[in-house]
Design a protein around this ligand. Structure first.
Ligand code: AOS
Ligand code: ZN
Ligand code: ZN
Length: 388
């Protein structure tokens, strides 16, 4: 099978953003398994991300997490990224790790804690100014554990106030990406628990606020592709945090648990025009590689998204529309399944060869010597989650 020029064009400008925290040691609350050669600094995390881009050709940006990636000079960090052939992407704020945030950050009943949290969010916009980043990703761990613990409505008011203050601080090209999550770490109420809550806040905030869909943040059985279709149709899908899950927010490699779901999501992205650069959808990974090696884990994830995208692009849109309008249930389903069941790996290998890349990025990385080099050079690598 040869790849059509349209499909090739779309695939060749696809971009997937890597999270800096995927390269450091990470684990569960039970154990963090350290790996040799993990980065000690934000500069080294960016170098590892650049290595993923070198082999895949479609991962040209890396998301930072403040304060895990705090440096004195963010413009210099952005320059470092450029020298390595990548750029700094989304800035992720962190208002969940300080003792002060026990009862919440921007929704905390204590105005002094709310002020501290807001100051951090505004500091993140300063970082964006220095790095040239477009997006500020906001995920709040805020919520309550017990009925009656705090006033649900008042917490929404406090949230709205903080979000509006951040919105007012944004430059014209900058955006808030508001992420929702069903539960955890709060177990009774979460202040942004679902896409509807995020969407309602974004509507009030205006055009510069968009919803982020983290694929691990829903109740089991939730139809995520419906959410994607809806938000895209409303012009409010800002991006994805891709990962996969078997149970809750597992943060496993995207496409590992349910490649068919990933395909269904990307089909809706294609259907809604979300792959066009002007749609502004940020395709990000949000994963933790607890037991697998990190750089190959990221390469595998990027390839999984690319394969699902290629399959989604192979859906015969005319045949699908014809079957749908004829009420041909089985025929319409067959059109989708034909695309999903296509082995796109040869097409993608061909595309990479045409771009001057090794057709097999996993093998190319293994043969590159980079893994051995970082093990030899880096001693005392950092944990992703609480080394600032
Ligand atoms: C938390 O569950 C979320 O997925 C966030 O995106 C989180 O901020 C990210 O994992 C790193 O901070
Ligand atoms: Zn996330
Ligand atoms: Zn998450």
């Amino acid at each position: 099978m040869t790849i059509s020029s349209d499909v090739r064009a779309v695939l060749s400008h696809q971009e997937i953003e890597l999270p800096s925290w995927a390269f450091g040691n990470s684990g569960t609350r039970f154990k963090v398994f350290g790996q040799a050669g993990v980065p000690r600094t934000p500069e080294e995390k960016i170098a590892d991300a650049a290595q993923v881009h070198r082999h895949t050709g479609i991962a040209p940006s890396v998301a930072l997490h403040i304060p895990w990636d705090r440096v004195d000079d963010y413009a210099a960090l952005a320059e470092h990224a450029r020298e390595l052939g990548v750029r700094i992407g989304t800035i992720n704020a962190n208002v969940f790790q300080d003792d002060d945030y026990r009862l919440g950050s921007v929704t905390n009943p204590d105005p002094a804690v709310r002020r501290k949290a807001l100051d951090h969010l505004l500091e993140c916009v300063d970082v964006m100014d220095a790095t040239g980043s477009r997006d500020l990703k906001l995920w709040f761990a805020d919520g309550t554990n017990y009925p009656g613990q705090d006033d649900i409505r008042a917490r929404q008011d406090r949230l709205a106030e903080a979000l509006a203050a951040v919105r007012d601080r944004l430059g014209p090209q900058q955006r808030i990406l508001l992420e929702y999550k069903l539960f955890e770490p709060a177990f009774y109420t979460t202040d942004v628990p679902d896409w509807g809550t995020a969407y309602a806040h974004c509507l009030r905030l205006g055009e510069q606020a968009q919803v982020v869909v983290d694929t691990g943040h829903h109740a089991p059985g939730t139809n995520i592709e419906f959410i994607v279709a809806f938000l895209l149709r409303e012009g409010r899908l800002g991006g994805f945090d891709f990962n996969s899950r078997f149970y809750a927010d597992d943060d496993l490699m995207v496409g590992a648990a349910d490649p068919f779901q990933l395909f269904r999501i990307l089909h809706e992205v294609v259907r809604g025009g979300g792959l066009a650069p002007e749609a502004g959808i940020a395709f990000m990974l949000d994963q933790c590689h607890n037991i697998e090696p990190k750089i190959p884990g990221q390469i595998r994830s990027v390839l999984n998204v690319q394969e699902a995208t290629a399959k989604a692009l192979l859906v015969d849109a005319h045949a699908l529309a014809a079957a749908q309008s004829a009420g041909d249930v089985l025929g319409a389903n067959a059109v989708l399944m034909d695309a999903y069941n296509t082995d796109v790996r040869p097409l993608l290998a061909e595309l990479r060869a045409d771009q001057g890349l090794d057709p097999d990025p996993m093998a190319a990385y293994a043969a590159s010597g980079y893994a051995e080099k970082i093990v030899a050079e880096r001693v005392g690598g950092r944990q992703a989650s609480w080394g600032a």
